[in-house]
Design a protein around this ligand. Structure first.
Ligand code: NDP
Length: 326
């Protein structure tokens, strides 16, 4: 028997989440059984702990879109008991039972060996949010980061915090957009040199082009903010579109693409090919300072998750939450 956060749905379609003890034979099929050590809380987890947001297929459900732990049993040659592994994406925690559990059973293809230099707790301090932030930075690098500050939106959130710390550590000037002025000292401690109040960049402008300001951008917000900042990018600069914390609509014009050669780069962490996953985790171990990562972390347990799920949907979680499932 082991503990997991189980989300159930009643006859009226209302969901409720609670920590329950369940048996190993209830785990779904998969080649590798992992003793989970840590998980974390991402925006998608907030949806899956609550009403599901259309992501969860079947109930009862165990959410948790990422986890790190130790292989306990494996039918696949690539993994043996004792190996340290990390998992993000592949719709684990949505369509498949996830990491809010002391045990998880998954496909071997979904796992990545823990990179040298990271332990399981640090891997989940990074989590899907930080892994995606790294993918976003790599995409900017592949297209060339221009001179001048790199903008990070939703900066005090998970993706934004890790992107800020990585970019600053790589020597870029970072301008951090936040709606929470009280996080300014925190963002500066991660390496941001400029704090941009959310309202300054959140309103739709009637002008498709404004002064060229940013040499690149990691955008966790989408919506009107993304539409606005496209017109503020420097000539040839790129925006990695990661998230939709501010909305899925994109009320923009194509003018920044046509007249300034701005690139809008889509970032998907879920179906990312294995080789690029490895590359991203290795870059995280090398380019994300661990003292900065520690400063982002708040600890939590399985019992804290129902509240944290609500908080992250309201944009009230600062940095990264690390869930010790044991
Ligand atoms: P967080 O909630 O930790 O961060 C989001 C941040 O966005 C908030 O902290 C807040 O930052 C800002 N924000 C929230 N609401 C608004 C709003 N209405 N307008 C403007 N800014 C807002 O979430 P994560 O960092 O985990 O994820 C960020 C986004 O990235 C989510 O939409 C998530 O779904 C997406 N994502 C996408 C992935 C992919 O594969 N493409 C993978 C992981 C995440 P502040 O207070 O500083 O303003």
């Amino acid at each position: 028997m082991f503990n997991a956060l189980i989300v159930e749905k009643d006859e009226e379609g209302k969901t409720s989440a609670s920590v329950q003890s369940i048996s190993l034979d209830r785990l779904p099929e998969g080649e590798v059984t992992v003793a989970v050590e840590y998980s974390t809380v991402n925006y998608k987890d907030g949806l899956c702990i609550g009403p599901g947001g259309g992501l969860v297929r079947n109930y009862p459900h165990i959410p948790g879109i990422d986890f790190a732990g130790t292989v306990e049993a494996s039918d696949d040659d690539r993994y043996k008991p004792g190996d340290k592994v990390v998992l993000t994406g592949w719709r684990v925690g949505e369509a498949h039972w996830g990491g809010y559990s002391q045990k998880a059973r998954v496909k071997a293809d979904w796992l990545v060996p823990l990179p040298d230099g990271l332990d399981t707790r640090q891997a989940m301090a990074v989590g899907t949010a930080g892994f995606t932030a790294m993918l976003a930075v790599m995409a900017l690098e592949d297209h060339g980061i221009k001179d001048g500050p790199v903008l990070v939106t939703g900066a005090a959130g998970g993706v934004g915090s890790v992107a800020t710390a990585i970019l600053a550590n790589l020597g870029h000037e970072v301008a951090a957009v936040t709606g929470r002025p009280e996080t300014a000292d925190y963002l500066k401690s991660l390496g941001a040199t400029q704090i941009v109040p959310r309202e300054e960049i959140n309103e739709t402008t009637k002008r498709p082009l404004e002064a060229e300001m940013w040499g690149g951008c990691v955008d966790a917000v989408g919506g009107e903010m993304l539409a606005r900042l496209l017109g503020q990018m420097k000539y040839g600069a790129s925006v990695s579109a990661v998230g939709l914390a501010g909305g899925a609509a994109l009320p923009a014009t194509v003018i920044p693409f046509l007249l300034r050669g701005v690139n809008l780069l889509g970032i998907d962490s879920v179906m990312q090919p294995y080789d690029n996953r490895l590359r991203a985790w290795q870059r995280i171990a090398k380019d994300l300072p661990m003292d900065k990562l520690d400063a982002m972390v708040q600890p939590a347990t399985l019992a804290d998750l129902p509240k944290l799920g609500k908080d992250i949907l309201k944009g009230q979680v600062k940095g990264r939450v690390v869930v010790d499932v044991n």
